[in-house]
Design a protein around this ligand. Structure first.
Ligand code: ADP
Ligand code: MG
Length: 268
């Protein structure tokens, strides 16, 4: 990451969002106050439909917040930053172009951001996410987990300062998810890219994040922000520590969910 462009602080100040529809309006977000600190990974958890994706899209500059909301990404315009490849976004479905190879999908991110082609970097990133030897494979020839890895490599291809990930591991099977949880984030979380990760898995949030932000049911509000004081790099051993479990329980209680069940899914 070029040191001239440090990872940004992202500040949401009174961010609200109401969707106007034919059958009335839906208030998705209500007065969100949140700071993503430079170089840290924040996980966003909350019940389905509480506005997590909406908030991520607002920060990405893909959606407009209501008037009166204040969003700053180091004083820059998120849409411009995204065009320059400084903000990378990944969604639950890897959304790769099916007719392009893995390498070509990753390379495309640089092209779209008008960065010069860099085949060495593309190959290096594919190797980093464990896809050495699959550079020429089309998405249909890759497993779900491999497609998500490709999407993460694509996110990293432009050397973003801000990564926004919306349930990036949501569509892969549980075993693969756990492996990706342990293997992939070191590729960016320990490099100091400011990141926001939306997830429905509390153990995943605790394992990966520096801070877990808990949202209320719709309209989404911030219920609590829990700092995760586990050492980095995060390893499988953390999953068995008492501190890990007490954090999972604390967040589960805030959300009102059965964390024993979530934990057994993580372990099984
Ligand atoms: P989450 O990601 O937490 O599951 P979303 O941000 O996707 O929640 O959605 C929050 C609420 O906003 C939901 O009630 C959803 O139906 C509504 N919503 C999201 N996007 C739109 C849209 N483009 N138009 C209308 N309503 C929307
Ligand atoms: Mg969502």
């Amino acid at each position: 990451m070029p040191s001239a462009l440090a990872a940004p602080d992202v500040v949401c100040n009174g961010v609200s969002k109401t969707f106007a529809g034919r059958s009335g309006s839906v208030k998705a977000l209500d007065d969100i106050n949140l700071r993503l600190e430079s170089g840290t990974l924040t996980a966003l958890v909350g019940p389905s439909g509480c506005g997590k994706s909406t908030l991520l899209r607002i920060i990405a500059g893909l959606e407009q917040a209501d008037p009166g909301s204040l969003l700053t990404v180091d004083g820059d315009d998120p849409r411009e930053m995204r065009r320059r490849g400084e903000i990378s976004v990944a969604f639950q479905d890897a959304s790769l172009l099916p007719w392009r190879s893995a390498a070509s999908n990753v390379a495309l991110a640089r092209q779209l951001a008008r960065q010069k082609p860099d085949r060495a970097r593309v190959n290096e990133l594919l190797e980093l996410v464990g896809l050495k030897g699959f550079e020429k494979a089309r998405p249909a020839q890759l497993s779900g987990g491999m497609r998500q890895r490709t999407a993460i490599a694509r996110c990293l291809a432009t050397s973003p300062r801000l990564m926004l990930l919306d349930e990036p591991f949501g569509a892969v099977d549980e075993l693969t998810r756990r492996r990706l949880n342990l293997e992939l984030p070191v590729t960016w979380a320990d490099r100091g890219v400011t990141s926001l990760l939306v997830t429905h898995s509390i153990p995943e949030a605790v394992l990966l994040a520096d801070r877990v932000v808990v949202m209320s049911p719709r309209p989404g509000r911030v219920v609590a922000a829990v700092d995760v004081d586990l050492s980095r790099p995060r390893r499988a051993a953390h999953l068995h520590s008492d501190r890990f479990h007490s954090l999972v329980d604390e967040i589960g209680t805030l959300l009102g969910v059965d964390t024993d069940l979530q934990r057994s899914e993580q372990r099984a």
